[in-house]
Ligand binder design. Sequence first.
Ligand code: GLC
Ligand code: CA
Length: 568
Amino acid sequence: MINKTLSEKQNKQWWYGKIAYQIYLKSFYDSNGDGIGDIRGVILKLDYLKSLGVDILWLSPCYPSPWADQGYDISDYYNIDPRYGTLSDMDELIAEAANRKISILMDLVVNHCSDEHEWFKKACEDPDGRYGRYFYIEDRRISGELPTNQRSVFGGSVWEPLPGNPGKLYLHTFHKKQPDLNWENPEVRESVYSIASWWMDRGIAGFRIDAVTYIKKELPFINRPADREDGLCYIGRSKEIAEGLSVFLGEMRDRVFVPRHALTIGEVFNAQENETEAMIGENGYFSSMFDFSHISLGQKKLGWYSWDPVTIEDYKKCVTEAQQRIAGIGYFSNVIENHDRPRAANRYLPDSGRSEDGKKCLALAYFMLRGIPFIYQGQEIGMENYPFKSADEFDDVTSIDEYRVSLEAGLDEERALETAAGLSRDNTRTPMQWDDTDNAGFTTGEPWFPVNPGYKVINAGEQEGRSDSLLNFYRRMSGLRKAKEYINTFAYGDFIPEYEDREGLFAYHRRGEKDLLVLANLKEEEEVVRIASGFGILLNTMDEFSTEKDMLHLRGWQGVIVEIDEKK
Ligand code: GLC
Ligand code: CA
């Protein structure tokens, strides 16, 4: 019983039954001892990734960049940053990955480039000329005021003086070293399509598309009511109001993606319900997009200091709703962490559950959802947040800004540090913990960012040989999801929630050719469920389970997948 609401075409994409992995290159594996992860490092770890069942690798940006925002500020779209390797290393990675049936996705970062890109340099030389039209450049008001009161994502005004042109300002949604590209200019769009096509023609399978809903601006730029005491209004607000994003996205799809059968995953935040179909439906702009609904849970308008903590029950409700909403429309890409968020073990699990048992149970809950599961590097071994002791340790621009915002809001230094440390993007950017040798085996040199001191206990080497480790549990999950008998059900089966009112129990059926019941008891207390017909246990986070007639007893933090056998 294949999901009837989706068309035949949608049900036949090659990536439905696949497993994806996100690599944050700088911190993955350093092959030459300079303390920075690199492309050769990824090549050396391809067998590890293969053993995890990975089919699709998303590489965070590896193009030349001044690293004001860790590579999301690109100064040359047609090359590899020398600290990461060369174009021929990239070609080798694509080929070696292909030998292992692994496809590569690159990060397409085209809402903005770097202020060190030649386009921007030329724009500064001649703001009224050809390259000036690549950006949003406005004259300074006679009164000296900025053109508008928008606040950038990383803090402060979106307007920055254009170097060498005191009377002019340029727009940056993110860091001031990330000037926004003007998509209204057809030449900019052509440039973007050429870049994306060039990489695809080199053999990559597609892209994760960065910050893509920001490419359409609300024009002309106008002031908005301030949402904080700084008198500014978050730029994201204008993005919600702007109309016409679909024109750009549709054009990019038709010009680049469709002719090359690209796999594209959009970084789409706060998609309105009526947009989902356009984004990832039958003729959607993307093959899939991340389900960020739970990632945004607890967020408030003021800074990080005002955000609410999130419980497992919040997570479950949010994901259940998202899965139901998407059912007849398309496929999500499912994540519990990425390079922009803290570690999932810290965000979702209470202290009592931050153990291998808790991590396995959470992993089971999200991994079997309908959509493509994405594993973020280190998640498969249960890496945790970095124990920041001082604000000087932050590298990430947002963490530095949010620390300042907290202090300005009146928090003392300790609380401000706690706030920024809890949500810092640095948490997921620390070096991968490969083993318990110096620097967790990430580098023989000095790592660019300190290794989490927890590496002596949490590392891949230790988990490799231990059959009940989290790493081996991830391998079992991939194995099961892709097993011949079950792949269709996991890929195409419906998502049907079960026991929704039982707190801390995240349970759902994946129902297709088979009926598979995923039960994740995400709390300390035991849970008992009645399973009416015959059943068999397909996967278990613990080595045993107990049943009594048709009652299944789940211990605290135990998760299982049950195959319901209708014949019995
Ligand atoms: C995306 C990236 C993030 C980056 C931002 C600006 O949200 O995931 O890391 O800072 O875009 O490019
Ligand atoms: Ca290196």
